[in-house]
Design a protein around this ligand. Structure first.
Ligand SMILES: Nc1ncnc2c1ncn2[C@@H]1O[C@H](COP(=O)(O)OP(=O)(O)OP(=O)(O)O)[C@@H](O)[C@H]1O
Length: 236
């Protein structure tokens, strides 16, 4: 369980988070939606400890995430970055196995990387390509393989379908859904893509004006008046 309690964050005169309370149960998939600039990334960074909140705290399994507990959290955590964020000078398998190589021999790390590449639908021959040789969809898959390389219990997906055409986006959503289900990982996804939310999310939280304007089951989204504008519906 990951919990944010009363998170506040201000940059200069701008209040970005104005009291966020949010929890994600073990094995649950939460999608955080909201217009551009509403603080989704800042919220993610507060959870990761990259941005210190002005007030409030983040708990993991009931304990505040702090200098003592965060390293353990980060070891169990994987992330798919928005642009894939692959290291250009490393091969695909070296990217996927980046963390594994810190604690095991290359031959073992490479075997795991190839297994994870297969899981995301990429052939073993992909392993020795350089990131520059990949299409956008392949790079996203490699990013996904890296996110799951170390069998994380918590996975963050930052705009997983950005830059993909609808067909590739749908495949990535299906892959993410399958991976989250089969690993039982707790997932937090930041997205503008409602197709992603429908495919990936058990629950949805919408950020607006620094607060959670609505949260509920993904299946309840269409009936929520708070989401009508975001979903592009004309008010009745
Ligand atoms: N380090 C920082 N210093 C100053 N302002 C910041 C900083 N990080 C974020 N902000 C501001 O906080 C606000 C929220 O930014 P954030 O990136 O979290 O939005 P977002 O909801 O993720 O947007 P998008 O969907 O476009 O990625 C923005 O106005 C941004 O300019």
């Amino acid at each position: 369980m990951i919990e944010a309690r009363d998170l506040h964050k201000t940059f200069g005169p701008k209040t970005v988070l104005a009291g966020i309370d949010l929890s994600v149960a073990q094995g649950e998939s939460l999608c955080v939606i909201g217009q551009s600039g509403t603080g989704k990334s800042v919220l993610l960074k507060c959870i990761l400890g990259l941005v210190p909140p002005d007030r409030g705290e983040v708990l993991w399994q009931g304990r505040p995430l702090d200098r003592a507990t965060r390293p353990d959290f980060l070891r169990r955590f994987g992330m798919l970055f928005q642009g894939g964020a692959l290291f250009d000078s490393l091969t695909v398998w070296q990217n996927v196995a980046f963390r594994l190589r810190q604690r095991m021999a290359d031959a073992n790390a490479r075997a795991i990387a190839i297994d994870k590449l297969r899981r995301v639908g990429l052939a073993p021959e992909t392993a020795d390509l350089m990131p520059a040789e990949l299409s956008g969809g392949m790079a996203k898959r490699v990013g996904l393989a890296r996110a799951i390389a170390d069998d994380p219990q918590i996975i963050f997906f930052d705009e997983p379908t950005t830059g993909l055409d609808p067909i590739r986006a749908r495949r990535i959503n299906q892959l993410i859904r399958g991976i989250v289900r089969e690993t039982g990982a707790t997932a937090i996804t930041i997205t503008h893509d409602m197709a992603s939310v429908r495919a990936i999310g058990d629950r949805v939280a919408m950020l607006q004006d620094g607060r959670i304007a609505w949260q509920g089951a993904a299946s309840a989204m269409d009936a929520a008046p708070e989401l009508a504008e975001f979903l592009g519906k004309t008010p009745a």
